[in-house]
Design a protein around this ligand. Sequence first.
Ligand code: SF4
Length: 262
Amino acid sequence: MNEAIHSSDAADSGSPAGATYPDLEALRARAASLNVEFAALDADARIQRAFELFGDALIATTSFGRDAALLLHHLQRLNIPVRVFFMDTGFHFPETLAYRDTLTKQWKLRVQTVESDNLGRRQYEVIENGKNGPETHITNIDACCGINKVEVQRKFLALPDVSAFMSGLRRDQADTRKETPFVMVQRGKIKFMPFADWPSEQVDLYLRLWEVPEHPLAAQGYTSIGCSPVTCTRPPVDGDARSGRWANEAKTECGIHLDKEI
Ligand code: SF4
């Protein structure tokens, strides 16, 4: 099932950008306690415990990128029927959308595709002539991510039936992620990262052992797959898995994994 909803469908009653959340300190204390508990569990048990705690108020988030199947396959294998939110920025590779459809159908996932309804969502897109023909560039990557990712995420996290979310974030993906806990608070919701301590070798082994379908661009050498403009995703260099993301720019994160607005 793949249901498309727009960001304006989300409750506008959620906390606005930059707002403080009620009982935030109590929520952070709860997350800290859960973080200690989760450190002693394996990934299966972390996911099962998160669902036991929050039930249908727990959602999963995914980009349907290179490692997306790790979390999604666990949900399917463990029979955890949570809603899966996918942000369609409007700039994804066609292969990513096809991969979404393949996994959704094969594993009967409850995918909800969410996108910005901002009329200026493509205002930073320009087409330029490149070495191999026309290339799409983004002239202001922070603003574009702000509209098409951060704002969309903020709205669906504000939905009244969402209390917690799960992400496949891992510590060895980037320097900015090396302190990733198993549980934290982001935008007033509990965030679970059951694979925080999984190295990439363990991810690859899991996906091979379970013969999980691979993202179509993985065979072309892409190790981290975001949006398709050349500004945003290129093949990696020097063995650094995320070096192709916003290459030649200072930017390393789109903002959806940071507990602040950009
Ligand atoms: S990754 Fe690139 S195209 Fe995608 S939202 Fe961010 S700036 Fe825009």
